[in-house]
Design a protein around this ligand. Structure first.
Ligand SMILES: [Fe+2]
Ligand SMILES: [Fe+2]
Length: 132
């Protein structure tokens, strides 16, 4: 796989992390339930950290991080619907990262993506616990 293709994939990841961090920041303000709100806020910071890790991989390979995100989908206005949306975002991310780990042949990138996968699984678990 050529470097440009790796950069393209990392940029898709970067934008997904950007969207997740913005959605979580916003939802953490809307949620009235204190524990769910605090957890969502803390996880938004993790997603921003993922942006930094990905941006580092992108720039080291000669690319530039792109900020062109889609229209944001926050889920509905109630806690359940926001948590369901957040769980769906984590699941989507995990699926894409796992696929990328299979097809990208760059050890440094794979190491970072595996670390992110572990964290996204933990996030999903945290959100699922609040949904119950
Ligand atoms: Fe993330
Ligand atoms: Fe996450």
């Amino acid at each position: 796989m050529d470097k440009k293709e790796v950069i393209r994939m990392l940029n898709e990841d970067f934008v997904r992390e950007l969207e997740a961090s913005m959605i979580y920041v916003r939802n953490s303000f809307i949620m009235e339930e204190c524990d769910a709100s605090r957890v969502t806020e803390a996880i938004s910071v993790d997603e921003m950290r993922h942006m930094w890790w990905l941006a580092d991989l992108i720039t080291k390979r000669g690319g530039k991080p792109t900020m062109e995100h889609k229209e944001l989908d926050f889920g509905g206005e109630d806690l359940k619907s926001m948590l369901e949306r957040q769980i769906a975002l984590e699941t989507e991310g995990i699926g894409i990262y796992e696929l990328q780990v299979e097809i990208i042949d760059d050890e440094e990138v794979i190491g970072v993506l595996k670390h992110i996968i572990d964290e996204e699984k933990r996030h999903r678990k945290e959100f699922r616990m609040r949904l119950e």
